[in-house]
Ligand binder design. Structure first.
Ligand SMILES: [Fe+2]
Length: 292
């Protein structure tokens, strides 16, 4: 059973036209749109699907406003899909739709699903950086691009109540083979799926007094420059900055967060830590401070 990545995100939105404009400004490619919804794709072939919040085919939500309704994880094979169905059917309803995609719920009542992944890999120009006498760019200017180009969805974050948060994370570890990269008693659990080396693909966030809600989605861009260029462009479009730019401690990613009219917040990030199976989970009494 190998879960490789986030394959698709489904949002139920109140103002479809505004959300389409926002994701366009963000730098995503619109594949199609009509009165009922829209679909955007990353260059790596992950989809962001928008539907009217009133669409009765969407998974239900307790939220009154636009929000994420379902996350679909991409798996490596039909065998993996079947084994997830067998595992999760032990204690919850799992149903398969006409396309073979599985739909169910995690232990925190967040809807999730699974489908066979269909990745495409993107040509990415590597930033040529001159660091002291480590010279990688000669007779060339270091001018950055003029617009951010999100490459892929890196992670999503759910906020949870502090009580029971560890059990919520254990569902992903015990049942779906996620690994814990870092866990902080005051912040939450950073999880990476089996086929990914990102520091986290899923962060279950909690603070004292926090409630359960969908928190944010993060898109990887090529460089620090693109985080800044993308963020400044979004400010000019009227987007509301929530936090950043800065650099996180756990994950080390450079970040900039904005309000997302599709629900929650949205993040540009670059230069995240990568972990392989040699990494040992680190436990923190308190999350280390980070830079903004
Ligand atoms: Fe994030």
């Amino acid at each position: 059973m190998a879960i490789l990545r986030i394959e698709s995100l489904v949002f139920g939105v109140e103002n479809l036209a505004m959300c389409i404009k926002f994701l366009n400004d963000w730098g995503l490619n619109k594949i199609e749109s009509n009165d009922e919804g829209a679909e955007f794709k990353t260059p790596d072939n992950q989809s962001i699907i928008l539907r009217q919040a009133s669409d009765p085919s969407l998974p239900l939500t307790e939220e009154r406003n636009s929000t994420l309704r379902e996350i679909l994880w991409g798996v490596d094979s039909q065998i993996s899909l079947d084994s997830i169905a067998t595992e999760l059917s032990k204690d919850r309803e799992v149903h398969s739709d006409g396309s073979g995609t599985l739909h169910t719920m995690d232990d925190s009542q967040n809807y999730l699903g699974f489908k066979i992944s269909d990745p495409k890999f993107t040509d990415v120009s590597v930033s040529e950086v001159n660091l002291y006498e480590d010279i990688n760019r000669v007779n060339k200017r270091g001018w950055p691009v003029d617009k951010a180009r999100p490459l892929r969805i890196g992670h999503i974050v759910y906020s949870l109540e502090k009580e029971g948060n560890w059990e919520a994370a254990q569902f992903y570890v015990d049942r779906l083979k996620f690994r814990v990269t870092d866990r902080s008693e005051t912040g939450g659990t950073f999880l990476r799926c089996e086929g990914s080396n990102f520091h986290h693909n899923l962060f279950l966030f909690h603070r004292q007094g926090s409630r359960r809600y969908y928190n944010h989605v993060a898109f990887e861009v090529n460089s620090f420059d693109e985080v800044m260029i993308g963020g400044n462009y979004m400010l000019k479009q009227g987007a509301v900055s929530v936090s950043g730019p800065g650099r996180h401690s756990l994950g080390s990613n450079i970040f900039w967060y904005f309000n997302n009219p599709c629900g929650g917040d949205i993040e540009y990030f670059s230069d995240m830590d990568r972990m392989d199976d040699n990494w040992e989970t680190r436990y923190w009494d308190e999350s280390p401070p980070y830079a903004r």
